[in-house]
Write a protein of this length. Sequence first.
Length: 261
Amino acid sequence: MTQQHPWSRYVAIGDSFTEGIGDPEPRSKGGHRGWADRVAETLGESSPDFAYANLAIRGRLLQQIIDEQLEAALLLRPDVITVSAGGNDIIRPSTDPDEVARRVETLVTGLRSDGATVVLFTGPDIGMTPVLGRVRGKVAIYNENLRAIAQRHDAIIADMWAMRELKDPRMWAADRLHFSPIGHHMIARMVLAALNVENDLAPYAPEPLPHPTWRQARVDDIGWAREHLVPWVVRRIRHQSSGDNVLPKRPDAGSARLADD
């Protein structure tokens, strides 16, 4: 049973992480569920008038989130807002994590202007990933900036870096960039814990993974590069985004329940 909490109107903003990519679910609006939907569903259990909107769109850079989602979020008059932004900027080779964090602070200042509770995400520890592991140091610097921003603006930190369970490959989707349904479930539990909301979401109790042979690991890496890495690089070269022509899946605040609940 989810305990009572003080919030009645939740808005989520961000990119593919918050949209729920990696967690396909036909009963969810937009066809993806994700951690934010799961958090909203849980918060709604103890509040019959609870309303939820999700403005996140895959591929969005920080400035796009500021330009497209900040004002729209405030117009919905939320009392709790989650924001995960800047990750797509940080993984680009020319970005400065301090400069990205300065723009995040502008975003957080705007989101806090009406007194809403703001939840801010650190980036996960990606040291074990084959490509993104190269920017692990930048993510760590960015995270320290985010902690300072949260302290200055009385925001809540949802600490992805501290989630050691995310080192389990089963937490990640096939593209190794987004989270699997299990990963989204565990992140939802973490967010609810950060909000100090007790809930019934089950902890993850994995069976031990078999150790792959060197040959099988290389075959998997080649298949991943061909199916996921190369298309991602091509989109960068062409200045295309996976979110081109995509609209928010929940632009209006409404029930968080799945379609057939």
